[in-house]
Design a protein around this ligand. Sequence first.
Ligand code: GDP
Length: 265
Amino acid sequence: TLPILIHSYLYRKAAAKELPTLLLLGPSGAGKSALLTLFANGIASATHTSQEPQSAVCQLPASTTTSEDRYRSENDTSSRAQPKFLLLDTPGHGKLRHHATSTLTSAAALKGLLFMVDSAAVSSASGLTEAAEYLHDVLLLLQRRHTQGKTSKGPQAVPVLVLANKQDVFTSLPSTIVKTKLEEEIGKLRQTRSKGLLDSGIGMDDDASGDEEGNWLGEYGAKEFRFAQMQEHDIEIDVMGGNVKGDGDEAGKVDEWWSWIGEGL
Ligand code: GDP
């Protein structure tokens, strides 16, 4: 099996260089491994191992249209391979998140972020806080990446899809509610994190305000947080529901997610 391992490693390295990359993030238990396995199915080169896969080369299903299709003439009947991409899973555990954040700042071919949440878990206060804190930190990284890149040739904009997973579960919140709950919670978080500084007057004068503003996600000073505020930093955020696993024998529902990915490739 050693040659296979080496081959798989080299393949992964090569693939990582060339293929557009999507980073999969989110609290543990959200369904990331399950998604990776599902998306990697049907393509022989997926990096399946005896353990949970960490990354996989995925290919859009034939039914999913891509951004390229828009530029194809209706008379163009030539067959074209569906695009492939590399999906990188990142451990959801807090201590391991630096892996996720280092990929965020280093991956050159980063085409987007998939942030997965368990739509039933976010109905509890602790589940919501965990997801919101993680998402807040990820978005702040993207915001900084954008702010710092402004002077030189800026980094490519990275869109974010929040996958409101487990819609098959009875206690799950619909994606629209998942969205507003996350926005509310991120808004509160933003407020509490900056409150200490504002109360003490630090950050109110011109010298220090740069830092304070740099730590504030979205529209500076706004009372409420909305994902739309991130557009100012070139960050488009969509929230779409679905489920990796079906109810019993039923298949999952991931079409909307595929379409989003297809649009961005
Ligand atoms: P990860 O920690 O984010 O990688 O989460 P996993 O992929 O290990 O999934 C956690 C648990 O949720 C597993 O038991 C999965 O089978 C289950 N799961 C994942 N997606 C779904 C879904 O859409 N619906 C249901 N009902 N369960 C799911």
